[in-house]
Design a protein around this ligand. Structure first.
Ligand SMILES: Cc1cc2nc3c(=O)[nH]c(=O)nc-3n(C[C@H](O)[C@H](O)[C@H](O)COP(=O)(O)O)c2cc1C
Length: 303
């Protein structure tokens, strides 16, 4: 394990990351997660401009202390995101501890982040993408398995992580439907280093999701999730009642960021783990429960 990765892991109470979620994660969710000992993250695009993103980072750094867990930022590295270079420069200026890249794994970006001691984790839904990320020199690969919120994979977590572990000995992060501290321990038993929780935090008090969206999460279970490419052109999981309420056009082509933002505002993404969301409550409480469950699972299986 590299020194940067050891420092990152050492700053966490449990090996878990609160995943970046479009239109859901902002400074309050990041700060409360980090204060509770998990790595809090958000997508740079949750701020409408690079200037606003810069201000959020200043605020997060001001609110976090030395004893709090490290935080992270998600950058969409794709031609459809005209802000990626400017946002990366802001991340370098603030020395953001963890950069999570989606879509493109680019060696130049990895080198730039490594130059200040930061880490790059890249999310993938298949082995081929993981191989490309490994070639780009990333520190961690996020295996986004079937049942995850957002642009989910379709493979079983066992199959996906086993295929990646055949060639990858860097950090492996498991993503998809995780909602219990025991799931963090299970991920470790499967050979992963960190667990990645998305949907489990949508109904957190500090999430930017609307009350209506949080209420829909509370009533829903795995049977209320539909996997479709009809919203953004790429397969993703959505709350079926929010899909039913929307008018969908057949197979949209590649979307601009604005079009995609509009789609995600009214059609709400969530993963199969939504059944574990029973009430709106502070992120601190959600994290504390995960930590207690993780410790109980470790005690039960590791003695
Ligand atoms: C509402 C929502 C928005 C998301 N937005 C993003 C995003 O902007 N960038 C990203 O890398 N992943 C995004 N994701 C995926 C999460 O980062 C994570 O991989 C996923 O939520 C994990 O699965 P889970 O929701 O079952 O825990 C999103 C997920 C959800 C539910």
């Amino acid at each position: 394990m590299s020194a940067s990765l050891e420092r990152f892991a050492g700053g966490l109470k449990v090996p878990a990351i609160v995943a970046p979620m479009f239109l859901v994660s902002g400074p309050d969710l990041v700060v409360e997660s980090c204060k509770a000992g998990l790595c809090g993250t958000f997508p740079a695009l949750n701020q409408r401009t690079t200037e606003g993103f810069d201000e959020w980072l200043t605020e997060i750094k001001e609110r976090l202390g030395e004893d709090d867990a490290p935080y992270g930022v998600n950058l969409i590295v794709h031609g459809s995101n005209p802000r990626v270079q400017a946002d990366l420069e802001v991340c370098i200026k603030h020395e953001v501890p963890l950069i999570i890249t989606s879509l493109g794994a680019v060696p130049e970006l990895v080198d730039a982040v490594h130059s200040y001691g930061g880490l790059v984790f890249h999310d993938v839904i298949k082995k081929r993408h993981a191989e490309k990320a490994a070639e780009a020199g990333v520190d961690g690969i996020i295996a986004v398995a079937a049942g995850a919120g957002g642009h989910a994979g379709t493979y079983s977590p066992f199959a996906l992580t086993s295929e990646i572990r055949e060639f990858w000995d860097g950090a492996l992060i498991l993503s998809g439907s995780m909602s219990h501290g025991g799931h963090i321990a299970a991920a470790q038993m499967m050979g992963c280093d960190f667990a990645y929780f998305g949907s489990h935090f949508i109904a957190a008090t500090e999430s930017m999701a609307s009350q209506e969206q949080k209420d829909m999460m509370i009533g829903a279970g795995a049977g209320d999730i539909t996997y479709t490419d009809r919203v953004t052109g790429v397969g993703a999981n959505f709350l079926t009642p929010s899909l039913d309420a929307a008018t969908l056009h057949d197979a949209p082509g590649e979307m601009s960021l604005n079009e995609e933002a509009k789609a995600w505002k009214t059609i709400w993404s969530a993963g199969h783990g939504t059944g574990a969301t029973r009430e709106v409550r502070p992120a601190k409480e959600i994290c504390e429960q995960l930590i207690a469950e993780y410790e109980a699972a470790r005690a039960k299986f590791c003695g």
